[in-house]
Ligand binder design. Structure first.
Ligand code: FES
Length: 105
């Protein structure tokens, strides 16, 4: 009987805030942050509006869609779209406008 493969979990860290949350290959980086109570800027959540664009300081991601709305230059500069990005390793992100979700927001 084949062994069931467990999804890999990684840690994502917001560099400036020193906030950490768990990410896995089962959800986007944005979804994982929201589940952890950390709001990252977002709007379309499908990789087209670029509202969520942020800088990947270290780590690797893959995309759920074939053409995320990033130019070749932006990708080379380390920009990612967390709403459609899946973590392949631990991540360190630069997201200046992230905030912790509370009951009021
Ligand atoms: S929320 Fe629109 S591209 Fe990520």
């Amino acid at each position: 009987m084949p062994e069931e493969r467990k999804p890999q979990n990684f840690e994502a860290k917001l560099q400036q805030q020193d906030w950490r949350f768990s990410v896995s290959e089962e959800s986007s980086v944005l979804e994982a942050a929201l589940i952890a109570g950390i709001a990252l800027p977002n709007s379309c959540r499908n990789g087209s509006c670029r509202t969520c664009m942020c800088s990947l300081v270290s780590g690797q991601v893959a995309y759920k869609i074939e053409w995320p709305g990033l130019s070749k230059e932006e990708k080379e500069e380390g920009m990612i779209l967390p709403c459609v990005a899946i973590a392949l390793t631990d991540l360190v992100l630069l997201v200046p406008h992230a905030y912790k979700k509370t009951e009021e927001n």
